[in-house]
Design a protein around this ligand. Structure first.
Ligand code: 6GU
Length: 226
């Protein structure tokens, strides 16, 4: 899978993919992440990519021209399954969206900045608009990193234990159950007996029940119960 990201602050997108699971995905050739500096695609002086908004008002708007130059130069060698604009007014990103995007071959992510981007770019080039939650970030880069991470770890072969992603929170609309590791007792706090029982049927039942309890308590909105 290939994820290209257009940004005005490409430095923000170095570290998130340089470690741990994202690094492994790249090293194994399963995920290619390519960050494109929008400023290299402007014809305006001093690498300018934004301007005052027509009609007046505070805040700068990203101009359409550098964005189109960047996307059209990328489209010369890549056909994108989706062109995704990261914006707080987009559809809320969730695990289901991550699952379906992880099946795509080429994605292009556009990071917004300032007051937003010229609406004509959204109308004519963007195929999907995503937000990562109801709060405002100073730019789309952290959201692009969140998407890339959530999508990248779902690509088959990225996680060492292939079943691991299936037991994550949200995969079955339930939060994950509690987990424990060594030591068995710490300051008198014991691991639940069932986990030490060796009875996998009982363990599975306990985990399912814990997941359901947690979800009821913390995220009842995920359950269909009324
Ligand atoms: Cl995708 N972008 C920005 N700037 N803020 C956000 C967001 C995206 N998602 C939530 N807040």
């Amino acid at each position: 899978m290939r994820i290209d990201i257009i940004s005005v602050v490409p430095d923000l997108l170095v570290s998130p993919f340089a470690h741990s699971i994202m690094k492994r995905a790249k090293d194994r050739g399963l995920l290619e992440v390519n960050v494109i500096n929008l400023r290299e695609h402007t014809t305006y002086a001093r690498a300018q990519v934004d301007h005052y908004q027509f009609g007046g008002g505070a805040g700068m708007v990203m101009m359409i021209e550098p964005l189109v130059n960047a996307i059209e130069s990328l489209q010369k060698h890549t056909v994108y399954d989706e062109v995704i604009f990261l914006t707080p007014d987009g559809e809320t990103f969730n695990q289901q969206t991550a699952n379906s995007l992880s099946l795509k071959k080429n994605l292009l992510l556009i990071c917004g900045h300032y007051k937003g981007i010229d609406q004509r770019f959204r109308d004519h080039f963007v195929t999907r608009e995503l937000s990562i939650g109801d709060y405002v970030l100073s730019g789309g880069e952290l959201a692009a990193a969140v998407l890339t991470d959530a999508i990248g770890r779902l690509i088959p072969g990225v996680l060492n234990d292939g079943t691991s992603a299936l037991t994550d929170s949200f995969q079955d609309n339930l939060l994950a159950p509690p987990v424990y590791t060594r030591p068995e007792t710490f300051r008198g706090w014991k691991v639940p007996d069932v986990l030490m029982s060796g009875n996998h049927k009982l363990i599975d039942e306990w985990r399912q029940e814990q997941a359901l309890c947690r979800t009821r308590e913390r995220r009842p909105d995920l359950l269909d119960e009324d």
